[in-house]
Design a protein around this ligand. Sequence first.
Ligand SMILES: [Zn+2]
Ligand SMILES: [Zn+2]
Length: 112
Amino acid sequence: MNFNCSNCQKKVDFNAPGTKNRNHCPYCLYSIHIDIEIGDRKNKCMGLMRPIGKLLKQDGEEVLVHKCETCGEVRKNRIAGDDDWDLVKNLPILEKDVLFTPNHPCNETSIW
Ligand SMILES: [Zn+2]
Ligand SMILES: [Zn+2]
């Protein structure tokens, strides 16, 4: 399954190394707001989600943080193996306590 990135217009394959549910573009890291639960593609928002930074998990893995330009929702996303590493590297590291409300249903807590 493919989609065209709404930000850079490149063609993106949903099958990505290192993640089951690719939902962001490996070239510019933008995402589309299409999930309610991870991978369900049921969200009607369809807003452009901008990469605003990254979080460090306790085991040191970096996680992308996207913010929807339409509804403002913030989500965490796994970094895929073929994401543009220079872009990932240059994103600021965020304090997760600032961004996330505990137990908020929109948080993808299952990846922590
Ligand atoms: Zn893109
Ligand atoms: Zn949205």
